[in-house]
Each structure stands twice: as structure tokens, then as C-alpha cells.
Design a protein. Structure first.
Length: 194
């Protein structure tokens, strides 16, 4: 099996049910999703399974769901088909975030991305996720009949990465660094508000 096909030598790429230019917004969007998947894999490589089994399980699940999102975005076939992705994947992220937020230290100010290697990789994944979201919004304005779940999922995913990065640092006893010119932007503790 060859890794190269030569079909993209003129700047085109195959989609499910069609072709597009490699700089098409659709291709940019699912390309960014692939990038998120790679940084997710990097974060997993930095995590000790004895300390982060729950987060590793989340991240592997997320990697599969990112592939599913890319598949949804690359499908331009006119054939009617049921959407593969459902609201369940969004609900799961929300439930996991609620749990992680309870574990993380209180937050009052903006923090700088970083800390441990795994948390840093998760922060990179978070920012690439925001870029993918912007590209997807452009695509959703231009294209018709795209499953709305991938956009909703990607919106939640960036928040999940933020929450997970904070918990990773906390479990490793690495303090988040507050942005030194930040005002108090998070009013009250999430724990006190319960």
C-alpha cells in the first residue's frame, strides 16, 4: 500500500461524495479537527495512567469523536442519510466538565496557558479547537444541511480541555499562573454556588 496517491498534486482533495480545493473552508475545518486530535494524542502521551486514568479515557473517547466530526464535515454526498453524531456526546462532555470543575482549585482570574507538559498540550488543543470552531461557523453559514452536533460539540470541547488542563496541573501540584493584569472575572466560587 502506498501512502501517496498523487491525486492532490493539483490542489484538490477527495470528499465523501465529491471533491474540493485544499484551501476550501470545509477542508480547513476538518484539517483543524485533525490537528486537535493530534494534540489530544500528545496530551495522552504525557499523562501517567495511574494518576489520570479517567482523563485518558475521556481523551481517547474524544479522539474517536473528533474523527466522527471530521467525517461529518467531509461528507458532501447528496444521498439522504441519518446523522452519526447525536446530542449524547455533548451531554457527556458537560457532565465530565461539571465533575472536573469540582476538583479544580477555585478560579477568580484569567490564567496563563501552561504548567505541566500534559496541561500545556491540552491548552494548545483548546486554542486549536477555538480555531476549528471559527472555521466551522463560516462553513455552516455557507453550506446547507450539515449536522449541527459537530459545531456544538467543538464549542463544548474547548471548555473541556480548559477544565482538564486545570485538573491535570492540580493533581500534579503544579499551580496555574494567574495573568498578572487580570481583574477578578470569575465572581464567587463554583463550590459556594452549589
Amino acid at each position: 500500500m502506498r501512502l501517496y496517491t498523487r491525486t492532490g498534486d493539483k490542489g484538490q482533495t477527495a470528499l465523501i461524495g465529491g471533491k474540493a480545493s485544499k484551501d476550501d473552508v470545509r477542508v480547513e475545518a476538518y484539517g483543524s479537527i485533525d490537528e486537535i486530535n493530534s494534540f489530544t494524542g500528545l496530551a495522552i502521551a504525557y499523562l501517567d495512567p495511574d494518576v489520570f486514568e479517567d482523563i485518558i479515557q475521556d481523551l481517547v473517547k474524544i479522539q474517536h469523536e473528533l474523527f466522527d466530526c471530521g467525517t461529518e464535515l467531509s461528507n458532501v454526498s447528496k444521498k439522504e442519510r441519518p446523522y452519526e453524531l447525536t446530542e449524547d456526546i455533548v451531554t457527556y462532555l458537560e457532565e465530565r466538565m461539571d465533575s472536573l470543575i469540582e476538583e479544580a482549585p477555585e478560579l477568580e482570574r484569567f490564567i496563563l496557558p501552561g504548567g505541566s507538559q500534559a496541561a500545556s498540550a491540552l491548552h494548545v488543543a483548546r486554542t486549536v479547537t477555538r480555531r476549528a470552531e471559527r472555521q466551522m461557523v463560516t462553513l455552516y453559514h455557507e453550506a446547507e444541511e450539515i449536522n449541527p452536533i459537530p459545531l456544538k460539540y467543538i464549542n463544548r470541547l474547548s471548555d473541556y480541555f480548559f477544565a482538564a488542563a486545570r485538573v491535570v496541573n492540580a493533581r500534579l501540584e503544579v499551580a496555574d499562573v494567574e495573568y498578572e493584569r487580570s481583574a477578578r472575572v470569575f465572581r464567587g466560587s463554583h463550590k459556594k454556588n452549589k
